[in-house]
Design a binder for this molecule. Structure first.
Ligand code: HEM
Length: 277
């Protein structure tokens, strides 16, 4: 009996340490992602924000784009401007949602930035779907399908996160809000995923200019399916009473944090940097 109690205490202590490791790993991933997302927001404000405020819409195209400013397409240009500027605001609102001290000390900030995050995300998805299919902005059919599936998941998950907040089922709300965060950031994950792959594979093995190479296809669907899978592993590990499960999930988050950092450094150096100044 005594031995069982001692074993029980020892295993409780291991689970406690596992929980701490998992929590710290999640914070490490958040810190890496926040740095990368702030760089993305910076680029959006410095490039699209500045050009739009100066009335230089044609200047959007100084950055490589599929179809940004098009002369005499006022509707399409307006949709593009709204899409990109919403993108900056919603990325920032999403980051705020994950900071625990804001949820506990200023719940009204959490509620308001949460509403804005979900509404802006829904509008950015609908606008993105229109840009893709209505304005025909895509490089290959497979890339249009990959980003459209992301757009549909954003609409679905955001509706579920909102619904569970209204019914005050906060456990379900948290799960769906975190899933929404992952799919909303799918487009950001894609950019840093591409840069991480270019750096790690020494130039982008399996990629081509129409985003239809094997690596492109994996990256475009993986940009939201892999973060969603990692999130599910994290949520299961949080619930689990098994210390090894918590350590394994924590190690996975550390790996994700390292890849996020590599991708962020690559994106700043080669994709966003020239437009951030
Ligand atoms: C909700 C999260 C989203 C964010 C944060 C976001 C962000 C952006 C940004 C920053 C751009 C400007 C291009 C650049 O400089 O990188 C852009 C363009 C674009 N987005 Fe989104 N987007 C989101 C969702 C979507 C969705 C769901 C779709 C499609 C279903 C979509 C389709 C497009 C298209 C077609 C363009 C124009 C690309 C080009 O001309 O090169 N976006 N988006």
């Amino acid at each position: 009996m005594g031995a069982i109690e001692i074993t029980g205490e020892a295993s409780c202590e291991r689970v406690g340490k596992g929980d701490r490791f998992l929590r710290r790993s999640a914070v490490a991933w958040y810190a890496a992602a926040a740095a990368g997302q702030m760089a993305f927001i910076w680029m959006i404000l410095a490039h699209y924000g500045r050009k739009t405020l100066a009335g230089d819409l044609a200047g959007w195209n100084d950055k490589p784009l599929i179809k940004g400013f098009v002369a005499a397409d006022d509707g399409g240009n307006a949709m593009f401007a709204v899409h990109v500027l919403l993108a900056g605001a919603l990325t920032f609102a999403g980051l705020l949602q994950l900071i625990p001290i804001i949820r506990s000390r200023a719940p009204w900030v959490h509620r308001w930035s949460g509403r804005l995050f979900l509404i802006f995300s829904a509008f950015a998805s609908l606008g993105g779907l229109w840009l893709t299919w209505g304005r025909q902005t895509y490089l290959s059919l497979v890339s249009a399908i990959a980003v459209s599936l992301d757009g549909i998941l954003i609409l679905l998950f955001a509706a579920l996160a909102w619904r569970y907040a209204l019914t005050r089922d906060y456990a379900a709300h948290r799960r769906w809000a975190l899933r929404t965060f992952m799919v909303v950031n799918g487009v950001w994950f894609l950019r840093i995923g591409i840069m991480a792959w270019v750096l790690l594979s020494g130039g982008g093995v399996g990629m081509n200019r129409s985003l239809s190479g094997p690596a492109d296809i994996l990256l475009q669907f993986g940009a939201y399916l892999v973060p969603l899978a990692i999130l599910e592993i994290y949520l299961l590990a949080q619930q689990s009473a098994s210390a090894p499960a918590k350590y394994r999930a924590g190690a996975l988050l550390i790996l994700a944090a390292a890849l996020t950092l590599v991708g962020t450094v690559g994106a700043i150096a080669f994709m966003w940097g020239p437009y951030m100044l």
